[in-house]
Design a protein around this ligand. Sequence first.
Ligand code: ZN
Length: 468
Amino acid sequence: MARLTFLGAAGVVSGSRHLLQGGGGRVLVDCGLFQGEKRLQQRNWEPLGVPPQSLNAVVLTHAHIDHSGWLPRLVRDGFRGPILATPATVDLLDLLLYDSAKCQAEDAAYANRKGYSALRPALPLYEERHVAAALEWVRAVERGAWFEPVGGIRCRYYDAGHMLGSGFLEVEVTERGGRRPLRIVFSGDVGRYDAPLYYDPAPPPACDYLVCESTYGDRDHSPDRPLDDLEKVVKEAVARGGMMLVAAFAVGRAQQLVYLLRTLMATGRIPELPIWVDSPMAVEATAIFRRHAAEHDLSEARMAGVAEAAVSPFVHLAGTAAESKAINHHTGPGIVIASSGMMNGGRILHHLARRLPDEKTTVIVAGFQAKGTRGRRLLDRAETIRIHGRDIPVRAVVRQIDAFSGHADRAELGRWLAGMPRPEKVFLVHGEPPAARGMAEFLASTRGWHCDLPTIGQSFDLPIPDPS
Ligand SMILES: [Zn+2]
């Protein structure tokens, strides 16, 4: 009988790792890094929970670090087998995993220099050589076609509309002598409907067991359009006369923001302002978007717009640290887009440390902010934020733009599941407890579905349901 074990993203939104055993094999669906609170980050240093050598394959839903960022550790710890992903995800992994190693090296070096780490010396979780070793095992599989990570288990990707290359998975487990295959759907992260950049999530097929994300299971996003929201926030910020700091993920979000900001400027809805994209990774990501044109609905013309915007006198790409530091001298309104999106690392930290004490500054939060991250603390109106061992007073104004969320809200998850017949069991993952509970109540009241909210380490047998 097939068996499912939740090794991460259960009761939290990071560290996605779901172990599927069945058909004589073991497949890990996603291999994410834990992010956010210290106690969660600590888990990245702990072993997987099953011997990595015992896994036959890893199948990834998408390239976000909370779904892929533990791969270098998994291979370092002994995993030897294919890591399967869509072609665009494969390209992004290269970019994101090396960036992850770099961020960890920088954080560790900074901690050692300033002497504030509890670990002495502070060490990175993995290094570039571990990333290179993991990438050796990565193989691309086309969307829509069945593939077999191991005999007895076959999988197929559908468009999840969440990021470039993202897919949810239909999985079939065939046991020797079984009367039919067992069907499981892993949602990965589900995107939004009518979002700029990505296609709508494809409708999911019927299944016996559903493993569904619940990031925003207890709320619905504002119905405002991204352009209108952005216009309002930028106008306020310009009136305040200071800089706008946008914490944004370099892949997808940064491209979307530059495009929308330039659109607002070109149509006179906001004044012409300098924009700094303070991320070498954002430039490389734009090239990957171009290479996978069929994966998103930003037409070639609009992509050209992004490229043109990137060399316009108003958009400055800060590739080197010196270029990044030069932004410090700017006074008056302007926009800095830098990562990380949850302000847990990256160049955004230097800008925050410098500009948070200034009441003219506006910080724009454009994506989900997990508990324990600086982004969440800013949204919760913290008076000070700790950056590089110093408490920085927060006098800046903090604004959130819902429309930029990459995750379906409760109503959109309901829409995504609308055509699905009731599965035997539904497991809600990738949500903090209030969100997962909210989603469970929503599915109970609207569909009559009973949901399980697994905890990390919990296992479930998945018998083939009796025909009813
Ligand atoms: Zn994601």
